[in-house]
Design a protein. Structure first.
Length: 277
């Protein structure tokens, strides 16, 4: 069995009228927020589709916007010019020069397809909306008027903190880092020992070359005393060397192993022969 409906309250005659009057009274007591146009310009959102602005310098007359327009309201005229070669011996090139760019806003349905398909960012949305005319034939605005609306285009919104970096900026940054790395690699290394005096001057000042750290080169150090080519020959003793004390003979005998082995015996035995004579 279906559940029974709750009983309805009887309507009081004139209750709806009383509610309506109550809303009117509350509104009458509040401050008005009506903007007095045209004395006060409205604050439009940044993505308002008011009118289309043209940045003429970016237009390459590719005709893509005119072909994709569903209303065929874009009119473009151009001619070709020959550009001389940039370097001697090069070939001449031809480019398209814009003569006319007009949009018939009496046919435009503000779909934004022309702005989306433009590959060189020559068309933008402008929040301007005051372009009404008394004659419908005057709604076809030429490129001079479209260029004036270009300067009222708002700046693009900032990216989110976690958004991906634009591809154009990422490619430019990588190229700059690569060029900086190549320039650093081509620079000659800075001389590290240019300000340090040679080891001979350091030893003359009382600082041994061994305390100068690993930067001292072996070529600046003096050869050790045990080097064969730098060992000096002791002078010959006097004639009465045989009468010297025994301790002096032991000291000279201890010095004999340091003498170079490549010399002749006549040079090493000459002190004893002179002593015997």
């Amino acid at each position: 069995m279906a559940a029974s409906l709750p009983p309805t309250r009887p309507r009081v005659p004139g209750s709806g009228l009383a509610k309506g009057l109550a809303v009117t009274l509350r509104t009458m007591t509040k401050k008005t927020v009506t903007e007095q146009y045209p004395d006060v310009q409205p604050d439009l959102p940044p993505r308002t589709r008011g009118v289309i602005g043209l940045f003429e310098e970016n237009c390459t007359v590719c005709m893509l916007c005119a072909r994709e327009c569903p209303d065929w309201c874009i009119y473009i005229d151009s001619h070709k010019e020959t550009v001389p070669p940039a370097a001697p011996g090069g070939r001449e090139r031809s480019r398209n020069v814009l003569d006319r760019f007009a949009i018939d806003f009496s046919l435009c349905m503000y779909c934004g397809i022309c702005i989306e398909v433009c590959p060189f960012d020559a068309l933008f949305w402008s929040p301007e909306f005051e372009y009404a005319e008394t004659d419908i034939r005057d709604l076809t605005h030429e490129r001079d008027r479209l260029r004036e609306w270009m300067w009222t285009v708002p700046a693009p919104p900032a990216l989110d903190p976690g958004a991906e970096e634009p591809k154009e900026i990422a490619a430019a940054r990588k190229t700059a880092e690569k060029l900086a790395a190549q320039q650093d690699a081509e620079k000659p290394p800075a001389p590290q020992d240019a300000e340090k005096p040679p080891a001979s001057q350091q030893e003359a000042a009382g600082t041994p070359a061994a305390q100068q750290g690993p930067t001292a080169t072996p070529t600046t150090r003096q050869a050790p005393a045990t080097t064969r080519s730098a060992a000096p020959v002791p002078p010959a003793p006097p004639a009465d060397a045989a009468t010297e004390p025994h301790a002096d003979e032991q000291a000279r005998a201890a010095e004999r192993p340091t003498r170079p082995t490549g010399e002749s015996r006549q040079q090493t035995d000459s002190p004893r022969q002179e002593g015997k004579e």
